[in-house]
Design a protein around this ligand. Structure first.
Ligand code: DGL
Length: 255
């Protein structure tokens, strides 16, 4: 049984954990929410790298053998530095622009992410490499992280906030929308509702299943997993109150 550390600025990374655990139900997981510093979206690269370094140290001290940076913003800011400084495999988030570009019928894809992700060279390089001839419309999901952290996932207010960021993408003809922040999949039911109200057949792409496949591949390469039996163990940690984290965890466990 391998020990996998996972972290995010908050509880959003549970959308990635959900897929990883679905694929590898017998591992030991330690999830860290840095909610005392959430959101990361507008914070400096130096600040986020400093936090990522501290959290990595903590997860390693608790036995993590592989770390998943379940945060697009922290991946863009810090994964290169972490790989240089620590002798442990890291798996990060990659906005799924490639599958979106391959799958679009309208030739227009939308990317919803934080401001930090959208201006990072990691994202810009991937976008420029895979979207030749495709129109890419980018938008910050303003207020989305706060909605998820306050567990306001279905209200009329949520619908208005989601609609304000989604409509500009739909208005420009996007038929495929990349969820470039790990908090956003928790708002998917509302996004689908809003999209259905204005255009038909909009597809949302969440990179979490691809991340789970990558984790499994690394465990196999290292010869440390995935385990085929054993009771899974999950430890939830947070830099502020763990209330939202525990509640969202219960929610994904009941799905
Ligand atoms: N969930 C994160 C991401 O994927 C961070 C959101 C934030 O803290 O702004 O980018």
């Amino acid at each position: 049984m391998a020990t996998i550390g996972i972290f995010d600025s908050g509880s959003g990374g549970l959308s990635v954990f959900r897929e990883i655990r679905r694929a590898m139900p017998h591992e030991r997981y330690i999830y860290y929410s840095d909610n005392a510093n959430c959101p990361y979206g507008e914070k400096s690269r130096e600040f986020i790298t400093g936090r990522a370094r501290e959290i990595t140290r903590l997860l390693i001290s608790k036995g993590a053998q592989l770390i998943v940076i379940a945060c697009n913003t922290a991946t863009a800011a810090a994964i290169a530095t972490l790989r240089q400084e620590f002798d442990i495999p890291f798996v990060g988030m990659e906005p799924a622009v490639k599958p979106a570009a391959l799958g679009t019928r309208s030739g227009v894809i939308g990317v919803l992410a934080t401001a930090g992700t959208l201006k990072a060279s990691k994202y810009l390089d991937t976008r420029d490499r895979f979207t030749e001839g495709i129109k890419v419309v980018e938008h910050v999901g303003s207020g989305f992280v706060e909605l998820v952290e306050s567990l306001d996932l279905h209200s009329e207010h949520t619908r208005e906030v989601v609609s304000a960021s989604l409509q500009p993408l739909l208005a420009q003809g996007a038929d495929t929308i990349v969820l470039g922040c790990t908090h956003y999949p928790f708002l998917l039911p509302v996004m689908e509702e809003v999209a259905a109200g204005s255009s038909a057949g909009i597809r949302f792409i969440d990179p979490a299943p691809a991340v789970a496949r990558q984790v499994s591949k690394i465990l196999q390469e290292k010869g440390i997993g995935p385990a085929t039996e054993g009771r899974p163990d999950v430890e939830l940690l947070a830099s502020a109150s763990a209330d939202t984290l525990q509640r969202l965890f219960s929610l994904i466990c009941s799905e």
